[in-house]
Design a protein around this ligand. Sequence first.
Ligand SMILES: Cc1cc2nc3c(=O)[nH]c(=O)nc-3n(C[C@H](O)[C@H](O)[C@H](O)COP(=O)(O)OP(=O)(O)OC[C@H]3O[C@@H](n4cnc5c(N)ncnc54)[C@H](O)[C@@H]3O)c2cc1C
Length: 468
Amino acid sequence: MFVEQLADLIGAEQVASDPEALSAYRFDRWCLKHWQDWQGETLETPGCVVKPRSVDDVRAVVGYANVHGIAIVPWGLGSGVCGGIEPRGDQILLDMSAMNRVLSIDEENLLLTVEAGVNGLVAEEAVAERGLTIGHWPQSIAISSVGGWISTRASGQFSTAYGNIENIVYALELVLPTGELVTLGKAPRAAAGPDLRHLALGAEGTHGIVTSVTLSLRRQPEARRFGAWYCLDMASGFRAQREVIHQDWRPPVMRQYDASEVSRLFPEYVRDEMCLILLVHEGPSSRVDAEVAAIESLMSSMGLKEADPAVAEDWMSHRNNVPEWRDLLEQGLIADTIEVSGTWSQIDAIYQNVVAALKSVPDCVNASAHSSHVYRSGINLYFTFAAMPEAAAVMGDRYLESWDRALTATARAGGGIAHHHGSGRLRQDYLHHDLGEVGLDLLRTLKSAIDPKGILNPGNLLPPDHLK
Ligand SMILES: Cc1cc2nc3c(=O)[nH]c(=O)nc-3n(C[C@H](O)[C@H](O)[C@H](O)COP(=O)(O)OP(=O)(O)OC[C@H]3O[C@@H](n4cnc5c(N)ncnc54)[C@H](O)[C@@H]3O)c2cc1C
């Protein structure tokens, strides 16, 4: 019924309801869903897929859904890894990918405005032609949308100098469940009440539909140099990274791999089971030269040993190659990555405890980590785990147990349980560790004030009410 009405509203060619088209939207890149699909489980499809081409289309669809109490699941490019998209047959899936225009590039004020469904790499290439960059390089840049970056509070590989998406976004347009349009962000900085852009940042489609985004740009760097250092263990590497940042150097990329990841990812560079720090320095040449010299002297004084910088260059050229879940499943492996963060005082305990927790899961064949985003007060960790049970039927249990043990160990050591992939359905039962019960209630209050009928991505982000 609503399929016909939506077709009348915005045009039949923008509404799909044939089973084949719907099947492509059953889930995002959450590993658990890929395993369920691979196991032959039936995963529900949305009732229809709507592809808006303009803000007016979005407003019309959302307004219609609100009046009729029909749920909407926003879809950017479907690269989310936490189950933010799990449509049902009585819901509308709103695929934003046809809203993909670059609206303006303002070279004087270094601002880029795009429609929210634009592919991140397409947006980056549009400004690169003018010698500019967004400076936001998630590993998924070629498979994710700018609206998705906002909705998941994404981080790029160069964040240590250039910031995460919340530091790069200048303004955004949001269609509220009523169908009203609000523009948030007007000037380079504001003290006009709370920063309402944050109602969309990390909301994972539960507060509104992001329709356009303005990002702050920077000029492409004049110089780039690579560096690499061996450290005896993770703790000594963390101390060195802390000193780099506390001395106010800002290499855009500073990544520290534990010995297990060095042997898996950089086998030619293995040395005495040591950990490895990779650096990419960028900026005006004089600053890059000064930074390289200062970091060389600092690392040496702290006992780190110089490695071949070619390893950082190798990382740079292969950094976005990752296996598909299905290929790993075919090899008998269920795997995932878990990104968390902690202060400098907590991070080594988080590293040790989470690796031990992951290894305690039956059939675990890999538990390792690297860090990749550095702050004055601390750093993130990005764990990789893999389990290889004899029976494929227990893979899902191993997977959920790994997540449970890792997030619980992180929280016990005082760390934050989500650095940049968002919550989706995967982390919702653990959000209380970061927000506290009062914080969770505040988020529920906000959600019900913005979306009283609960039409936007229901079941996502917030834990179900029975867990109150
Ligand atoms: C191989 C791989 C590497 C990755 N690397 C990184 C990385 O380096 N850094 C990082 O941060 N993430 C990374 N991710 C995760 C993912 O790419 C990001 O979360 C990305 O921001 C999602 O964008 P998307 O357009 O694909 O969003 P989707 O997956 O389509 O949606 C994500 C969530 O946002 C909502 N949403 C999407 N668009 C809108 C909109 N316009 N308005 C309102 N809600 C919306 C959806 O409902 C959903 O809840 C990686 C994923 C993969 C598969």
